[in-house]
Design a protein around this ligand. Structure first.
Ligand code: GLN
Length: 291
């Protein structure tokens, strides 16, 4: 069978199993099985697969059908235009989390930001993207999970920012040595029931997803300790799940009645990032309620 035929066959299998992006997934897995680049794949489309190669590709297809994220199988995930190493110790970076990076970079254009903390850094995708976008900034990246921090360390080295991203192990703000100008956090926010319903816990670390009962346990904990972690006039940017933005905005408003709160929707229109800062201009009309 040629590479082209095996791609077509894999695509048909994925379609039968309702796996989305079947074409892309087939290509990523075949490239991974053969250890070749995208260009090589297209150059070699008409060559025959060796029996070993065919078996390797088959095994990767099986893993994918069992629900294992493609990013864990290949060890790669693109985030903010950068390639990150990922494995089962960290959440697979999601496209919507790029909004957190965008908001942070936009903020840094408006006001001086010397220090940032990325709380619950996981793969380090957010911290590394910010480090590359803000070369003058010192970044702390914390996580409770030592294996996750190893992944983050790998990614910091891969992108040459290990000198400016200080990785710290510990819960929420506890490992921070000093208050910072900006805190960004994509904490676990999926409600317990949904975690088990989705069956995600089997592949992605529950620690990175499970935010307790209503999903907001970790976010509440972070917000109540915020006074210690932020410099006066500092900013918080939090990623939240669908339907959680108003609850989180309300919580922040009750804790910091004087502060401005903004809510930014992602590309699907889901209110994804909640921001808190004394001088923030609300971007979502309803968010004025809280400013
Ligand atoms: N957005 C992720 C999901 O829905 C959850 C990320 C998180 O809990 N921080 O799977």
């Amino acid at each position: 069978m040629t590479l082209k035929q095996s791609l077509r066959e894999a695509r048909a299998i994925f379609e039968r199993h309702h796996i989305s992006d079947s074409r892309l997934v087939s290509e990523l897995l075949l490239r991974h099985a053969l250890g070749i680049s995208r260009v090589q794949l297209y150059q070699e489309l008409h060559r025959e697969l060796g029996p070993g190669e065919e078996a390797d590709f088959g095994r990767l297809i099986e893993r994918c059908l069992s629900g294992e994220p493609v990013a864990y199988i290949t060890g790669h995930r693109e985030f903010y235009g950068l390639d990150f190493y990922v494995d089962a110790n960290v959440l697979v970076p999601r496209p919507e989390t790029e909004l957190l990076v965008e908001r942070a970079l936009a903020l840094a254009r408006e006001r001086p930001i010397a220090t940032i903390a990325d709380i619950g850094t996981g793969s380090g995708a957010v911290a590394v993207s910010l480090a590359l976008g803000l070369p003058q900034t010192r970044i702390y990246a914390t996580d409770v999970s030592a294996p996750a921090l190893r992944v983050a360390r790998f990614n910091c080295r891969k992108h040459g920012v290990e000198d400016r991203v200080c990785l710290l192990r510990g819960d929420l703000l506890s490992p921070l040595p000093e208050p910072v100008d900006l805190i960004v956090a994509n904490l676990p926010y999926v409600g317990e029931e949904e975690v088990s319903r989705r069956g995600l816990a089997g592949f992605e670390p529950a620690l990175a997803l499970n935010g307790g009962g209503d999903g907001l346990e970790k976010i509440r904990e972070l917000c109540s300790g915020l006074g210690e972690g932020l410099c006066p006039g500092g900013t918080l940017l939090l990623e939240v799940g669908m339907g959680q933005s108003r609850t989180v905005a309300g919580l922040l408003h009750s804790l910091f009645p004087e502060a401005g709160i903004e809510i930014t929707p992602d590309l699907s229109g889901i209110e994804r990032v909640v921001g808190l800062t004394p001088g923030l201009t609300p971007v979502c009309p309803d968010a004025r309620l809280f400013s």
